[in-house]
Design a protein around this ligand. Structure first.
Ligand code: ATP
Length: 285
């Protein structure tokens, strides 16, 4: 038997680092927006042969239990006391180490697929298990727009109708580890933001106001990334000068997203970007 699920990506429209904890984790406040594009596809095969096997369409991506999807399957099997006979195939579209949560999303998709099938764990236990795999994994269990606090595991879901603006996602073809981004965070950036950006962003999403969304983007991790990788500032400026209302890095980078006023302007921007830069991948939402 075989089951499949879509494994979405995300961007952070807002990312504030509130505190560095003694265990070196950071407390954050972030607005997660799930994206349908790019998304991976996870295929889970139930076998008679015991074990957990994980492979993907990306050469060099960790396999089996070194892959986050494999670690999720193992954690589920241990917690639910179910003997694992699973083969997992990841059809990857989400760029790797790109700030788009690909690994975390894959892990959550595996937990969801397994628990939908076996129904062995209550939601609360599943969420706790997700957090042991990574700070972004609990978000992807539900994959709904949310403000997350704690290390990213305490959620305020944004209920009611939201209007995501026309978005363009740009991935330059080099990886950045989340660890690097957090290690190079300037200490003076750490602390609460009292400018009201987050609430204005949420309000703008409710009112379908792309300009106000664009005016309130924020990412504390971006500063160090622009300094270390000048291409990112070049891309940001290109996006801003060629039709985007604003552009920012998502999560720990290096992918950027641009907020546009209309789908037509976004599509034009995508064309000019692809013409000007060869080694970037562009997604539209
Ligand atoms: P986040 O924003 O959650 O830090 P990211 O998008 O920056 O995520 P990932 O794509 O999740 O980063 O990859 C982080 C690291 O995890 C990579 O070095 C990669 O080799 C490893 N990894 C393990 N399993 C996976 C997976 N299923 N998909 C992507 N990366 C994985």
């Amino acid at each position: 038997m075989s089951l499949a699920a879509l494994s979405k990506s995300k961007i952070n429209l807002y990312l504030k680092v509130l505190k560095r904890r003694p265990d070196r984790y950071h407390e954050i406040e972030t607005l997660f927006l799930p994206l349908d594009t790019p998304a991976d596809r996870i295929v889970l095969d139930f076998e008679t042969r015991p074990g957990i096997r994980v492979s993907s369409t990306v050469p060099g991506l960790p396999e089996n239990l070194e892959n986050l999807a494999g670690r999720a399957a193992l954690a589920y099997s241990d917690m639910a006391k179910i003997s694992a006979c699973w083969t997992i195939r990841i059809e990857k579209e989400i760029p790797v180490a790109a700030g788009m949560g690909g690994g975390s999303s894959n892990a959550a998709a595996v937990l969801r697929l397994l628990n939908d099938h076996y129904r062995a764990l209550p939601e609360k236990t599943l969420a706790e298990l997700a957090l042991t795999l990574g700070a972004d994994v609990p978000f992807f269990l539900h994959g709904r727009p949310a403000v997350a606090t704690g290390v990213g595991e305490v959620f305020r879901y944004l209920e009611g109708r939201l209007f995501a603006p026309p978005l363009l996602i740009v991935n330059p073809h080099f990886p950045v580890s989340a660890k690097w981004a957090y290690t190079h965070l300037a200490p003076e950036r750490i602390g609460p933001d009292d400018s009201g950006k987050l609430e204005r962003l949420i309000d703008a999403l409710r009112r379908n106001d792309p300009a106000e969304v664009a005016a309130n983007l924020h990412n504390d991790l971006a500063y160090a990334l622009y300094e270390k990788f000048p291409l990112l500032a070049i891309l940001r400026d290109f996006l801003r000068e060629n039709g985007a209302l604003n552009a920012e890095i998502t999560g720990s980078g290096p992918s950027l997203f641009a907020v546009c006023a209309t789908p037509e302007e976004r599509d034009e921007l995508a064309l000019s970007l692809s013409g000007a830069f060869r080694s970037v991948t562009v997604f539209t939402n």
